[in-house]
Design a protein around this ligand. Sequence first.
Ligand code: UDX
Ligand code: UDX
Length: 430
Amino acid sequence: MDISIIGSGYVGLTAGTGLASKDHNVTCVDIDEEKVGKINNGEPPIYEEGLSELLEEVVSEGNLKASTNTIEAVKNSDVTFLSVGTPMQDEGSINLEYVKQAARDAGKALMEKEKYHLFVIKSTVVPKTTEEHIIPILEEETGKKVGEDFGVCMNPEFLREGTALDDFMNPDRIVIGEYDEKSGDVLEDIYSEFDTEILRTSLRAAELIKYASNSVLATKISFINEIGNLCKKLDIDVYEVADGIGLDERVNREFLNSGPGWGGSCFPKDVRALISFMEERNVESDVLESVVDSNEKQKTKIVELLEEEIDISGSHIAVLGLAFKPRTDDVRNSPAIDIIRELKEKNALVKAYDPQAMENMKEIHQSIEYADSASEAMKGAHAALIITHWDEFHDLTMEDLDLMENPLVIEGRKMDYEILEKHTKGISWP
Ligand code: UDX
Ligand code: UDX
């Protein structure tokens, strides 16, 4: 199938590369010329395991190319995915400007085209966006009728950063929201080689499934973090509690890992967008508001624990882990941002280290020191905080602690290394 993808970020590029590896002929479009250049050289502009090798392969085989020319790409394809960003507006609601503009551009391409065309919304959009905004724009720009000359689907993406390619290629399910059966059939055919459950539903149900999925995952984490704070008072290891409740299939152990709070490009944006969407419709969102509030409080719990141990003012604090989670260089809404801000406000001297995300964090926190390794960050430190559980931090040893002025590690993430327990404190485990 000839496929065009408008917006080649995490979702667009990963989906494009995955579909090209299934012998579809893919054109990835992006307004960012530098990104387009890199992609055409087989270099992914984002750090994702396995993506570089597969992208190089599909580009060299001619199954994938990149372009800044939306009109051309759409005209030369039969199916167009829209996966541009849907960022958050200040008060939390969704910004639909980019996805509307992408629909306008893509629609123009269809004016001269005779053949049936399918549009697939992959950007995360609030319910009824496709029906009330995207379809009217496409009809206006194309001068054609949905359901007759072109079809529309809403196909939310559930990939996680850090495991994007594997998640796209091996999804738990594929959700197809369809304008009509013909639209759904064309898209289901594209996914025919994916061995997973395909759920066919309405456009607005598919839109809501995406928000509800991210929101229930964020709720699980905020819940286990609160239980974790109780465990701290009772000298119980919250991970043992999570194991105990997670064995119940109705609960499931996934996403019950307590830590310094959830972040990233999606959970904060999507949970807030759903809250403001509900408020606009006078639907109470008490549960979700408390999920967000408790997460904000959770982010600096580790600093409170540190304050119980040492006088922070003037102390040298090593911050290990800056990315919002391991295996990505992304620091969007990372708890480390708030923790470093809090330490600076308390006059700490911060020295930070992360295997991948330091360049991105330097954009946010310029006035702190950055180290080339975890050991270097710990040299002369009065305490070390572990924020992101990169694999390499499991290799920290007593030698690293001997470098410190005061051998104390506070774990925002449960670690499994040879450092003696007497030198470590967990935010929700002994
Ligand atoms: C995006 C959305 O942000 C998310 O809500 C949705 O779930 C999936 O798609 P992601 O791929 O992570 O997620 O976003 P991002 O990495 O920011 O990529 C968006 C891409 O679209 C960027 O490369 C940007 O340059 C491009 N873009 C944006 C366009 O090509 N045209 C535009 O008008 C706007
Ligand atoms: C998330 C969703 O998982 C994915 O399905 C959707 O498409 C995009 O948003 P992502 O943002 O990449 O993916 O990160 P995820 O792995 O979900 O982690 C989100 C945050 O929750 C991170 O800060 C992570 O550290 C935290 N987390 C996750 C926990 O604190 N505990 C857990 O058990 C799991």
